[in-house]
Ligand binder design. Sequence first.
Ligand SMILES: Nc1ncnc2c1ncn2[C@@H]1O[C@H](COP(=O)(O)OP(=O)(O)OP(=O)(O)O)[C@@H](O)[C@H]1O
Ligand SMILES: [Mg+2]
Length: 551
Amino acid sequence: MTQTTLGEPMAVEMAKQQRQISVAEFFEKNRHLLGFDNPKKALLTTVKEAVDNSLDACEEAGILPEIKVDVFDMEEDRYRVRIEDNGPGIVKKHIPKVFASLLYGSKFHKLQQSRGQQGIGISASVMYAQLTTGRPVKIKSKIGPDEQAYYFELKIDTEKNKPEIVTEETIEWDKDHGLQIELDLEGTYRKGKRSIDEYIKQTSIVNPHVTLIYTNPRSEQLIFTRAAEQLPREPKEIKPHPDGVELGLLTKMLERTNTRTLTGFLQEEFTRVGRGTAEDICENATLRSDRVPSRMKRKHAEQLLKGIQQTDIMNPPTDCISPIGEELLEKGMRKEVNAEFYCTVTRKPEVYRGYPFQIEVGIAYGGEQSKDSTVNVLRYANRVPLLYQKGACAFTQTAGDVNWKTYGLDQSGNNVPRGPATIVVHMASPWVPFTSESKEAIAHYDEILDEVKLAMQQAGRKLQKYTKKKTRIKKEKKKRNMIEQYLPHVAVGLKELLDLTSAEEKEIVEKLEAVLQEDRGELEDIEFDPDANPEYDEEFAKIGREDDESD
Ligand SMILES: Nc1ncnc2c1ncn2[C@@H]1O[C@H](COP(=O)(O)OP(=O)(O)OP(=O)(O)O)[C@@H](O)[C@H]1O
Ligand SMILES: [Mg+2]
């Protein structure tokens, strides 16, 4: 049927339904894409977005972060979330847009390692709060000791994706600089796995330079004091690498550039392209090097892309990545995981789709961890714990692909191993390939999978030395106990058989005991409790460290 009953073409009737959809309206309907699919997750996501922003801001400004997180139970499934940082604050002009319009931020166009990257995190929380309680977000901001502090109450006009200022005033705020955000939203608070408490604890493991003061809805205060006084190395901003560029982006870059020649464009807009490489690319693309980029047609852009693919270009620089480092990662793990052995591995930087990245793995073994459950795999991207979508994440898949049995853990098939251990996996990169906007799982790029596997195997080998030694010590101790038990009987038997005097019998016992002591060697210093008595943790950790050093 191509006509309506009134004789109008159907297309005309259908055209009446066509409308622009604002990005805010889209995400209002698809809130699950941003991590708001259920009340428990919504509460966690809100805290996470605000804390991640505070940490990013403090580090960018060179300030050691001190963050206060308060979650109040307002009853009837409503919660008030208040996060306050000692960061640089936000200038007055930008406050409404940052918090009350989606896709507005300072990080999306910058290729620099940070927790946030999309410009949608905090405004999505504001939108969710508004949707579920109708209340505006409340912001306090101060950018310096001699500056005026501001207070805003904001709502999002979702149809236009624009901020609506409910209140704007100057206030007294007894603080040199910083930002405070307060949101009322519907949620559910629970402790345990994937809770706010867990997120805060996991954050403190890989951010040993941060102090977090957290009060949960049950009015319990948890203080995570910093274990390191230095900030992570500041990651440098980089330009895109030609290997990662796709046709759409290349066309846009050609249209927008101010450069006047193709070689100029390649050198100016990309990293690792000097004059020689730029000329090689033009030659491989059969394009003249003095072509004006903004006048190039689509087919030329395609040619250029092929030229890029055929040219050998040096890997991107790696000073745009700031890993945690083996020492600090171990420090963080020691602070929060009660184990008897710790080891960490920081791999060298690698590249996927033109983006550099670096993988780190840490293992904490034994101690008070349960022997009978699946190993706790803590996943992190740019120092942010990933608590959801475990099954969809490249890290989980790799944890199952490694043969952990060799390293002393139980494993069935390609599953995550079982045993008293925690495995930390961290990816640092100026662009992390998340599987969705809610930033919960890492996409399966081969280069990333390979690196994670190598890092896990490397850490696994360190663990293996420890578990092997531990098993040997356990066996020897058992043997020794047995012999010790029978020694007096052996002596009596010998006395009768060989017709010895009591003095001779005593001498033989002493000799046998001495041999036993010699055999025992290192056992002399280490008492072993098979139930991993924490009293002996330090002794066992010592074995681990010795092994590390001899590596
Ligand atoms: N506590 C804060 N202090 C200073 N600046 C902040 C703070 N919170 C947010 N910002 C600024 O607001 C911008 C928007 O934050 P938002 O969380 O929406 O996006 P993002 O952090 O850039 O990316 P993502 O969507 O991945 O979180 C940030 O890019 C940052 O410039
Ligand atoms: Mg953010």
